[in-house]
Design a protein. Structure first.
Length: 398
């Protein structure tokens, strides 16, 4: 079946993705089932998208209810699902205003546009991001990243966009001045190997903001919506950003993004400055409201509790296999297992054990399970890791 689909795909689709050798029949909870009925433990959740797992009944009911009312109207109309979701986002974030988009890249692009307009009347043009960051595939996003694979041969990129070393306070101080318009960062870098910003770096950044008056953009596209045990990953630190970008987990499986604005930038755009045809689609917003309600009621706290248990079990594993595991990173259910070697072969072997996760930054096993998992799912994951590491240790002995 996989071979047949592979050949069909080659004849009609651009071969840009590396597919897993699984033909999916359906998915339920935190498991994906292939056409032979084999279950796979999904510890990737659509790359942090399926916040409440697969086929969540409340999300399905909300989608069905909204589809029977209408699917799309355009943003010429007041729509209850949009406004209700925006109200919930404001309440949970403490920020002031919301703009809906379709994706993370579009959210980040919109954030850059708003920052540029804010800076234009202040004589500020320079924008900075950090090594290891990932903000999407558009030109604005790529201009704020240092990943050659995504950029080679695709320039020129936007002017006045710069990338600084992550967590380097000295480099930050040397770059930031009165011409700085905005600084964008992920407090926990997804593509960057689940690397975490330090409080020292955040303190330096906020002190410089106080001195030079620029905007801080927090990219919460992967780390937001309860994944780290708090509603936003920046909430683990002592600061408030001016702009927050969201996507992935907010839609619970449907395409949806958002930009959240602090009150100091809530009036920068005027009518017609920005817009979208599909952003804030009613069906996606109906699903998103379910996600946020469940996150608020229990899923966020579950991510914190089960994330602590996952870190504990992984810490034990690192102690038992110090030659393989270098470090455990992350918060909640956004975790990186740093291996002492390229992790792709290890992740491929995990798939043979019916466990799905992926590799980021070359040597890091990225673990992003749905927020609904329990201790038994963690134990199953640890059992598969232990088996592979034990086999590897046995094979390495003379």
């Amino acid at each position: 079946m996989v071979s047949n689909l592979s050949e069909r795909e080659k004849s009609v689709m651009y071969g840009i993705y590396k597919r897993l050798p699984i033909t999916v029949d359906y998915a339920q909870g935190c498991r994906i089932y292939d056409v032979e009925g084999k279950p796979y433990l999904d510890f990737l959740s659509g790359i942090a998208v399926n916040t409440l797992g697969h086929s969540h009944p409340k999300i399905q009911n909300a989608i069905e209810h909204q589809i029977r009312r209408y699917m799309h109207l355009s943003n010429y109309f007041y729509q209850e699902p949009q406004i209700a979701l925006a109200e919930k986002l404001v309440a949970l974030s403490g920020l002031s205003k919301v703009y809906f988009s379709n994706s993370g890249a579009e959210s980040f692009e919109g954030a850059l546009k708003l920052a540029a307009k804010w800076g234009s009347v202040r004589g500020k043009k320079n924008m900075y991001a950090f090594s290891g960051g990932f903000h999407g595939r558009t030109y604005g996003s790529l201009s704020m990243m240092d990943k050659p694979l995504y950029k080679e041969g695709m320039g020129p990129f936007l002017d006045n966009k710069f990338v600084l070393p992550f967590n380097d306070c000295e480099a930050l101080r040397a770059a930031i001045d009165e011409k700085t318009c905005a600084v964008a960062l992920e407090c926990i870098q997804g593509e960057g190997g689940i690397s975490m910003v330090t409080q020292e770096f955040i303190d330096e950044l906020t002190a410089l903001r106080q001195k030079y008056d620029f905007l801080i953009i927090a990219d919460e596209i992967q780390g937001g919506v309860g994944r780290t045990g708090k509603f936003m990953s920046y909430m683990h630190y002592k600061f408030t950003p001016d702009i927050v970008t969201l996507a992935k987990g907010i839609g619970g499986g449907l395409p949806l993004g958002a930009i959240l604005f602090h009150e100091r930038v809530a009036d920068v755009w005027v009518r017609g400055n920005h817009g979208t045809t599909f952003g804030g689609n009613a069906v996606s917003c109906a699903a998103g409201l379910v996600v946020l309600n469940e996150v608020e009621e229990w899923a966020e706290s579950n991510a914190a509790a089960i994330g602590e248990y996952l870190q504990l079990r992984l810490g034990e594993l690192a102690h038992n296999f110090p030659r393989d595991i270098v470090e455990i990173r992350g918060k909640g259910l956004m975790v990186g297992i740093v291996m002492s070697y390229d992790a792709q072969e290890f992740v491929d072997a995990l798939l043979q054990e019916k466990v799905i996760c992926n590799v980021t930054a070359g040597s890091v096993v990225r673990v992003l399970p749905p927020l609904i998992i329990g201790k038994q799912d963690v134990d199953e994951f640890i059992e598969a890791l232990t088996k592979l590491l034990t086999n590897r240790e046995t094979q390495s002995k003379p």
